[in-house]
Design a protein around this ligand. Structure first.
Ligand SMILES: [Zn+2]
Length: 496
């Protein structure tokens, strides 16, 4: 039997199944019930939110020979089945972005006058309608001004601002929203059950958050990331390179309670789980932004002011993450700044001023002691490497290396790497997860990365790799001490 892509199989086949667009569903159902369906609709909204599926639903409800309750297509009659398969001749789907689409729109004006061949109504579904030429829009406008009784139009676009006002005013417009994470999660759960996929709740929730409101992408990811009938959080996290949202929430609530110890504990847990710190901070700032906008809408200005401070502290950490030799240090500083009740002058004096992060790390090595005794900055004289080719320079230039890495799969893993030690022309990269380490060390990828580094720094190097938790003694072992040590460095004190 032919394998149907899950997102096709589970696209909404009737109005009851249309998820996450309640306002549109209600209006359409009422239009059918009162036999007041508009001849032209404009569907706008992000990709994967159900525009084309809804257009087909309308086509089915118009033509179904066994309509339930005056609105719900039966999904069984010849018209419903043929529309589902995309082969009913009277339903004309045009992709305005394709060459064929341009011709089809040109033909439209003449052909529209002919009655439908088999069904009651002709339905034109024009996708990516913003891509149409000016001439095509003009032709369409003429048709929309006086559509024949047997024809309906559904125009869909992700970029409503590119549609001429004259067209918009002829259509009933529906703005498709990003589907909420909760609605996506519910749908994914349902699909997993029907498909016999053993899916961890955390895995489904992570996908729901990742897709940013796109149901189609979410279903596609479930299909892609299911291995031997099971979908695990571990795998989803690894492949998508995402941070546990649970940790994001935990961190926020700890900071809000000004619980420095717990906040730092969360950072260490996250480090343990092999999260990409920079990605984590990025996601955290995104969450903060949502909270900030929310507090502004609620006129809670005290909270807004506090959130702005928090955003600033974490933005600073974000910028510093790739340049400090202890990757988690900027994050720890941010936490201590916002949750540690430090006097702001102390923070400015002691924390922001020292611009030589690498030297902080070396002076206060106990926070991150390499197990091996040799210094991480040894420079080989005998390999033709000049003294200014140092690990500090490589750390500083790492964002440029990430930038030049073209393959997305490699790029994600290069981002995860921290240059750790330079020994002659042997550059050791530290990774927080074996997944990223293995990716970079795949022969072709390793060679590609070596070439990039060589071209940026002008020195041939060979890449070696380590896993951070094994070779680098992490702060995690010194949970409570780390607070004291950090405070010692920054000259602050914890106020409970
Ligand atoms: Zn039907």
């Amino acid at each position: 039997m032919e394998k149907i892509a899950l997102y096709r199989k589970y696209r909404p086949h009737n109005f009851d199944n249309l998820v996450g667009q309640e306002h549109i569903k209600t209006t359409l159902v009422n239009a059918f019930k009162s036999q007041n369906v508009s001849h032209a609709y404009l569907f706008t909204g992000p990709r994967g939110t159900g525009k084309t599926s809804t257009a087909r639903l309308i086509a089915k409800a118009l033509n179904c020979s066994d309509l339930k309750d005056n609105y719900e297509p039966c999904d069984k009659c010849e018209f419903c089945t043929e529309i589902n398969d995309g082969r009913l001749i009277d339903i004309i789907e045009i992709d305005a972005a394709s060459n064929r689409g341009i011709d089809e729109v040109r033909d439209l004006k003449e052909k529209i006058q002919f009655s439908p061949t088999r069904s009651k109504y002709k339905v034109y579904i024009i996708d990516e309608v913003h891509m149409m030429t000016k001439e095509a829009f003009n032709a369409l406008l003429k048709t929309l001004e006086e559509p024949p009784a047997h024809a309906y139009f559904i125009l869909a676009t992700t970029e409503a601002h590119k549609i001429p006002e004259t067209i918009i005013s002829r259509c009933q417009r529906f703005d498709f929203k990003r589907v909420t994470g909760k609605a996506i999660m519910t749908r994914l759960n349902y699909i997993a059950q029907l498909e016999g996929i053993t899916a961890e709740d955390k895995a489904l929730e992570a996908i729901s958050r990742y897709v940013d409101g796109g149901m189609r992408d979410a279903i596609g990811l479930v299909e892609q990331l299911t291995v031997n009938g099971s979908l695990t959080f571990e795998h989803v996290k690894e492949i998508l390179g995402i941070t546990s949202y649970i940790l994001l929430e935990e961190l926020y609530s700890a900071i809000e309670k000004k619980d420095v110890k717990d906040s730092l504990r969360i950072v260490h847990d996250m480090h343990d789980q092999g999260c990409d710190l920079k990605q984590f901070i990025h996601e955290f700032i995104e969450d903060l932004r949502t909270k900030l906008l929310d507090s502004v809408m609620k006129n809670d200005f005290e909270k807004s002011a506090w959130l702005i401070k928090v955003v600033e502290a974490f933005q600073f950490a974000y910028e510093k993450t790739n340049t400090m030799s202890i990757p988690q240090l900027p994050l720890e500083i941010a936490i201590i700044r916002v949750a540690g009740n430090l006097k702001e002058e102390v923070v400015k004096e002691k924390i922001i001023k020292p611009v030589a992060p690498v030297s902080i790390a070396r002076e206060h090595a106990p926070i991150n002691v390499p197990v091996k005794k040799e210094t991480p900055t040894s420079i080989a004289i005998d390999s033709g490497v000049t003294p200014d080719f140092t690990i500090e320079k490589i750390i500083e230039g790492w964002p440029r290396i990430v930038e030049r890495t073209k393959a997305p799969a490699l790029r994600m893993s290069v981002k995860n790497a921290s240059p750790f030690r330079l020994d002659g022309s042997d550059l050791t990269l530290a990774f927080s997860s074996t997944f990223h380490k293995d990716k970079v060390m795949e022969h072709d990828y390793r060679v590609e990365l070596e070439e990039i580094i060589t071209s940026v720094f002008g020195h041939g190097i060979r890449i070696l790799s380590v896993i951070k938790d094994i070779e680098i003694k992490s702060v995690v072992d010194e949970k409570d001490n780390s607070v004291d040590e950090a405070l010692e460095i920054f000259g602050g004190e914890v106020v409970d």
